[in-house]
Write a protein that binds this ligand. Structure first.
Ligand SMILES: C[S@@+](CC[C@H](N)C(=O)[O-])C[C@H]1O[C@@H](n2cnc3c(N)ncnc32)[C@H](O)[C@@H]1O
Length: 185
């Protein structure tokens, strides 16, 4: 059974990021999730936690998910990995290739993409979970950008790629509520 690892790479745990991490816990289950490179105790409610970086854990048979990797993860190959490592990086637009700089180039693991477009971390995890179930990337449906209605006249565009589940983009209700509240400040 594979473990999903989120190597936290931002300078602090932003509220947005915490909401995504909680969502990841719902998607894969607390027992299959490990947060690394972070001390924050409240994450213990959502998965295992290690304040050490992945580079200090001496893991074997791991795959880094990197939009800039040359090859795409296939279901056959996915079954062979024990760990999937994701960058705990909030989306930036245009992408700054932080996964490549801060993970792929520093660690000696296989790196694979799930397409070249940038997913939010929770969506990237959900896509890998589908690939592990045997789905190919081309069997999945996506939406390229989503617009969240914040109020009657206001909206925000999230310029990332979202997995469609029953034709709806995968986004946590808590994040939508947070974006609406944030607008009020
Ligand atoms: C919001 S993304 C940040 C990507 C970052 N802007 C970059 O350019 O590397 C957070 C994480 O989701 C995963 N991810 C997102 N899109 C991906 C893709 N198309 N292929 C592989 N991994 C992806 C990566 O592990 C990445 O570090």
């Amino acid at each position: 059974m594979a473990t999903f690892i989120i190597e936290h790479l931002d300078c602090k745990l932003w509220k947005w990021c915490l909401i995504e991490y909680k969502h990841i816990s719902k998607i894969v289950g607390k027992g299959k999730l490990l947060f690394t490179n972070i001390k924050n105790k409240q994450l213990g409610k959502y998965g295992k936690r290690n304040s050490k970086s992945i580079s200090e854990l001496n893991l074997k048979n791991a795959c880094i998910l990197d939009p800039d990797a040359k090859k795409t993860l296939s279901p056959e190959e996915a079954k062979k990995f024990k760990y999937f490592i994701f960058g705990g990086i909030l989306g930036d637009y245009p992408p700054k290739k932080r996964t490549k700089k801060e993970l792929t180039k520093k660690l000696n693991f296989t790196a694979r993409n799930i397409g070249k477009k940038q997913f939010s971390t929770d969506n990237a995890v959900a896509v890998v979970k589908e690939i592990l179930k045997g789905k190919k990337l081309k069997d999945l449906k996506f939406k390229e950008k989503i617009e969240i209605q914040l109020g009657k006249y206001d909206s925000v565009i999230l310029p990332y790629r979202y997995l469609l589940i029953k034709n709806k983009p995968l986004i946590s209700k808590e994040l939508v509520e947070y974006l609406k509240r944030r607008k009020e400040f």
